[in-house]
Design a protein around this ligand. Sequence first.
Ligand code: AHR
Ligand code: AHR
Ligand code: AHR
Length: 505
Amino acid sequence: MVLGTLALLAASALTTPPEATRAAGTRPCDIYATAGTPCVAAHSTARALFGSYNGPLYQVQRVSDGATSAIGVLAPGGYANAAAQDSFCSGTTCVITVVYDQSSRHNDLTVAPAGGAGGADNPAPADALPVTVGGHPVYGISFSGVMGYRDNATDGVATGARPEGMYMVTSGTHYNDRCCFDYGNAETNNLDTGNGHMDAIYFGTLCWFSPCNGSGPWVMADLENGLFQSNAGGSTNGSYTGDRSPYVTAVLKNNGTNYFAVKAGNAQSGALATRYAGPLPTSRPGYSPMQKEGAIILGIGGDNSNGAIGSFFEGAMTSGLPTDAAEAAVQASVVAAGYGGPSPVPAGTLTAGSTLSLRATTPGYTDRFIRHQAGNAVTSIITSSSPALDKADGSWIVRRGLADPSCVSFESRNYPGDFLRHYNFRVYRQPMDGTAIFRADATFCPRPGRSGTGTSLASYNYPTRYLRHYDNTLFIASNGGPNPFDNAASWAADVSWTVSPPWTA
Ligand code: AHR
Ligand code: AHR
Ligand code: AHR
């Protein structure tokens, strides 16, 4: 009898999923576990998603020497130790190379490889999205295109027609209409393998099926070959015009056979609203039943479509279909965590994290913008009808100055990791190499426009030289001097720029 009980206990210990032992606490994955739908993946650079979690949240890599460091929590169940990142990355830039799975499944996300619709992704910069949670400084992940993470060999994530749920905290101020800012279940081979092979949360303004009401951004279900607002494809909810709050909770669940639901809410207050709950699509083949493959993606589409931008703070995926009560409690836990702080940054400002374009103010040249071309920094005429490539070349992400955080650096919008820097007083787009000279050459200190208009950008290491166009080419130039580009004629106008909304957000 005693032996029989022991055998039963031993057998149940063997079959009890490890995450069931982590039910205590009030973090999102504690809530899901108590409700019988445990997390099989939990990702965040901001905080622990289990009350007992005391491991690494993410890994950063220094650009200067390639060294890596795991960033953990301040206390079990607590917030990220952002100070550890700041100290490890001091004097260079860091990128995020791993987002660890906090569940015991080890479904860690690493930088995504090439896929059917996009070349290999870049890691996101580690310090691009400074925010606070519960008053503690932490970093979210800011995706600016050609950035994404993936795990194609997961454990415990739903496959076939198995049920699952998921949520993420994102931002309603940083998005675009490109495919696809997703978090969730996708193909294991980086290809579009057909309808119903994905079950991921999408956030942005890509309206795949009409109608989409209002201007978005919308939380939708990326079920592959479509971003669904309902079983019909487009929205059946006239009141859903988008989620624009600085922090948005986005929720998706899908039972795999005949039901899915999309919910959203303000991650700083209030409850979730159900945007859709009902049947899976049946007018198109493949979605009912689902054919989930069980990979996990973040920031990209299932086939690695990687044109989207967005922000990510935390997210988790469950085994089993969560109850509405569990999802409501997860939202309450997110609100209680208290996201806030300096994010989000308005586009078109000289604030770190903002994307902008810089327009010349010299009479006769005011239709020209700073852009890179074949690695050189030049000015080009860019208009709303210019090719997308010219617009992206002419868009820059403002970063804290690589040599001095009170100044700024300009990261290329379409070549992440590349910055504007001078060399022999000419200006180029080049990859940040971590050296002190690169950091100095790539740092510019904003000053009132020397002509009385706009903004001038003094070179950090040649402070009397300013970013100037001359013969439509970029230099750092002094007001009179030995070089043709130091010509005093029209210097003041040539070094004065209008900070403008970005051609490519
Ligand atoms: O379903 C929308 C997108 O279509 C998927 O994310 C991608 O795999 C495909 O291009
Ligand atoms: O652009 C002036 C100097 O030229 C830079 O500081 C250095 O990188 C190069 O020698
Ligand atoms: O860059 C265009 C013009 O070239 C500048 O305004 C002028 O200084 C130079 O002739």
